[in-house]
Design a protein around this ligand. Sequence first.
Ligand code: SF4
Length: 489
Amino acid sequence: MTTAALGSPRTYHVRTYGCQMNVHDSERISGLLEQAGYVRAADADNPDVVVFNTCAVRENADNRLYGNLGHLRPVKDKHPGMQIAVGGCLAQKDRGEIVRRAPWVDVVFGTHNIGSLPVLLERARHNAAAEVEILESLEVFPSTLPTRRESTYAGWVSISVGCNNTCTFCIVPALRGKEKDRRPGDVLAEVRALVAEGVLEVTLLGQNVNSYGVEFGDRLAFGKLLRATGEIDGLERVRFTSPHPKDFTDDVIAAMAETPNVCHSLHMPLQSGSDDVLRTMRRSYRAERYLGIIEKVRAAMPDAAITTDIIVGFPGETEADFVRTLDVVREARFASAFTFQYSKRPGTPAATMPDQLPKQVVQERYERLLAAVEEITWAENRNLVGTPVEVLVAVGEGRKDERTGRLSGRARDGRLVHFAAGSYAGRIRPGDIVHTTISYAAPHHLNADGEPLSHRRTRAGDAAEAGRAPRTGNGVLLGLPTVGVPSAM
Ligand code: SF4
């Protein structure tokens, strides 16, 4: 029975925490709820159903969740029939504990059974009791679920879920399970469906895209998949995240370089520049191998922008280890880096390791790392001043500066560009393509203040103007009102 059958449609609101994988899962949660007859709440403060799509990676994630659930309790008391559902990694981890600590929660669902959410909500309403359903492994590949896409011009496409690695700081293998690879034909069908709706850019998503294919016995499957996306007419930009240095093969570099629509941007987590720390992290590559991949990528694509993740202050990290990380950062010349201070994540092997570092040591190293990263990213950005750039105009990205009238978007290499619309003012829509020239560089963005060289109207821009975003899953593609991209936390 759908909610629509019960009278006026019930409204929902999804709150998303964590990584891109979660943001994409939230698109599926929205798609599922809408297929079941719910409508997105205009007033996010007072929906009939609130879904928390949680993350277990961030520090104090559980305190924040229980704090947020506590704030909702009086709201729910005043709103008869309101339901609260908690899903995502923290739900997978805490399971029944959530309804014990917050008995006003109606549904707890895990990372493997997103598709059950509408049924669990209905069952909880019918039985007037909490429903907790956590599965140990995936039943249906999530990409077959209906998906309410948030963007008219860019879409995420999962190629795999789960991870076969055992990095000691990471909770993902425990919560998302072993890697499951989607078949290339299914991935490409989803990409084609998005492009048919006007999407220009796709990001292929997996915890470790370089091991894509292990499950169906083709070690070269990821490079082949990249090349196959090059055959799709109308697909202008292909990105992927995240590769793992351990599994990175030369054929992927060749596929990136030789497939015109694959962007020359590579986000490859380093985590540490010290071989000893990499060993205790159970990351089975070494700094030399990491730098070797970068060298090959740069040889094949001199314009490649390489970005990374770095953890500072991992248990046992010495000053010498940290200096090695700084050395690798200087050698790699990253276009940007996400830097994290190590903190214990319950349930991970690293949380119980000896030699946890004092907070002030971690903080001091973190500040030095940040300064080094920023010096390099700024210098790299300054090298681009005076060069032409193609910008895919974004919505909700960076700023649309009212004072200067600048719009924002991403260059092919992933850099954020704020640009003047010049004589095209009022005609450029999110999803359109603008060519312009970089006039100024800051550490985290570029400006282009001159008259654009050109503006191209796209079907994604038409869809944005008409207020439509593509919807995929179960073979359906429907036009829907578009809303701002949810922020990942
Ligand atoms: S590769 Fe390591 S860090 Fe990445 S998801 Fe797998 S276990 Fe976690």
